[in-house]
Write a protein that binds this ligand. Structure first.
Ligand SMILES: Nc1nc2c(ncn2[C@@H]2O[C@H](COP(=O)(O)OP(=O)(O)OP(=O)(O)O)[C@@H](O)[C@H]2O)c(=O)[nH]1
Ligand SMILES: *[C@@H]1O[C@H](CO)[C@@H](O)[C@H](O)[C@H]1NC(C)=O
Ligand SMILES: *[C@@H]1O[C@H](CO)[C@@H](O)[C@H](O)[C@H]1NC(C)=O
Ligand SMILES: *[C@@H]1O[C@H](CO)[C@@H](O)[C@H](O)[C@H]1NC(C)=O
Ligand SMILES: [Mg+2]
Length: 397
């Protein structure tokens, strides 16, 4: 076959480049290492598994971790060790078996930036049994205690008293409108479970505090303090890192239901609450501001208490988790903002946190530098167009 002129030139150049490559590989070790096939694919794999970019590996030593209520040995006056006993606290992650890569990424990040110094336990929850693969991948990441729990059937699946034809029609209408997860039943199960049940799970009953973690999140700053202990000492109950607007089409009647509840049980409202965060007109309308609940550090005894129990049951009885698509974020936010004094709700500026597409990165240079943060301060959500941080700030002015 006769090659045309450009093709011949192309082969000639290709041949020269290959010859140069082999010459350099043979004579220059660094060049050879950088371009070998295994180095190239190693970089590619790193990209795909999204391990965090922190330089410090998770704690390599098999240290005998103190029990949560014991002060670690040698801690007094030792800046690299926790200064006091840990709190009665755990991390909790709801996930599916196929979320394993995202779960690994989140735990790795959390261990790097905080937990390798503390060894707080983890609880994983799923409505299905966990696979050995999931347990193995997670257990490799930390020496902290880990428990894998299954969710009781009725706390997860759509209750039989929900009118399924009515719920199905609502799902169809929402998906026609292009609302994200509009047609998903499992998403609704998840929102209802996170609103009313996770804190009752037997694996969580022995703890007071939790830190909610989701797959595929990143913690961007090293924490020089224990947020659980901070919550306890400062008498906080609920903490957030990102406040933003809810999509109103997912909760058409939620606020009216909450107003009915407040009328029926006015004693539930805390004096000096954060109503001014939720409403621009003293509670008449909801301004869609809420805390993004994929990150939460909070006191489960608040959710377990009488006021919230009554509140959740009141909301649940309307079927709104299924006839609409009520999220656990607005439900938790409304409860925290209304039934707690605003001084007990806390914004954790120091915790750089990313759940795509949003990220909180400390804007203050001293906080960012001290935390060795890996996030771009220019991309922080705090005062961006979708943020409700202004509505949060204004209630303290
Ligand atoms: N076991 C289980 N966990 C679920 C299910 N759906 C969602 N989750 C978990 O519930 C949490 C929230 O679900 P996500 O899919 O992250 O929902 P989201 O944060 O609103 O949306 P994106 O993260 O943007 O997709 C995560 O921890 C998920 O792993 C489910 O059907 N079963
Ligand atoms: C190249 O790789 C070899 C084997 O992994 C290693 O021993 C050597 O130090 C590397 N050289 C450079 C310059 O990185
Ligand atoms: C500080 O604590 C760390 C971890 O607990 C320990 O390895 C180290 O020896 C301690 N240093 C001193 C001076 O006690
Ligand atoms: C931890 O908190 C839970 C919930 O408040 C409580 O039941 C449990 O007794 C606490 N554990 C200890 C050891 O105080
Ligand atoms: Mg998520």
């Amino acid at each position: 076959m006769a090659l045309n002129k450009p093709a011949r030139y192309f082969l000639l150049v290709l041949g020269l480049l290959l010859a140069l490559h082999f010459l350099l590989s043979a004579t220059h070790e660094p060049y050879s290492n950088a371009t070998s096939f295994s180095s190239l694919t190693a970089g590619w794999n790193k990209e795909r598994t999204k391990y965090t970019d922190t330089a410090v590996p998770a704690h390599p030593a098999i240290l005998p971790l103190p029990k949560w209520n014991e002060t670690p040995a040698g801690a007094a006056g030792n800046a690299s060790a926790p200064l006091r006993a840990r709190a009665n606290a755990t991390f909790v992650m709801l996930a599916r078996n196929n979320d394993v890569n995202g779960a690994v990424q989140s735990i790795r990040s959390l261990e790097d930036r905080f937990n390798r110094e503390y060894g707080y336990p983890y609880v994983f929850l799923n409505e299905e049994p966990w696979t050995d693969e999931f347990k193995k991948r997670i257990s490799a990441l930390t020496h902290a205690p880990i428990e894998f729990g299954v969710i009781p059937h009725d706390w997860w699946f759509q209750p039989s008293w929900v009118d399924e034809p009515k719920a199905a029609a609502a799902r169809k209408e929402m998906s026609d409108k292009g609302i994200i997860y509009g047609d998903s039943v499992s998403y609704r199960n998840m929102c209802r479970f996170n609103s009313g049940f996770f804190f009752k799970h037997e694996l969580l009953l022995k703890y007071k505090w939790y830190w909610r973690v989701e797959p595929d999140v990143t913690f961007h700053c090293t924490l020089a303090f224990d947020p659980f202990v901070y919550m306890e000492e400062q008498k906080k109950v609920y903490a957030f890192t990102i406040a933003l607007y809810e999509w109103s089409a997912t909760i058409p009647t939620l606020w009216d239901t909450v107003k009915d509840f407040m009328k029926k049980y006015p004693e539930s409202l805390a004096p000096d609450n954060a109503m001014g965060f939720l409403s621009d007109n003293n509670g008449d309308g909801f301004n869609m501001c809420h805390f993004w609940s994929n990150f939460e550090i909070a006191d489960m005894d608040f959710w377990r208490g009488e006021v919230y129990t009554r509140f959740f049951e009141f909301l649940d009885a309307t079927g709104g988790f299924y006839y609409e698509r009520w999220g656990d974020a607005p439900v938790h936010s409304m409860a925290a903002a209304l039934f707690l004094p605003k001084s007990q709700v806390h914004f954790f500026n120091e915790i750089g946190y990313e759940h795509p597409p949003n990220m909180h990165c400390p804007k203050d240079d001293d906080v960012w530098t001290k935390g060795m943060c890996s996030c771009d301060q220019g991309k922080t959500h705090d005062y961006g167009p979708y943020s409700c941080q202004h509505q949060w700030d204004r209630i303290f002015q």
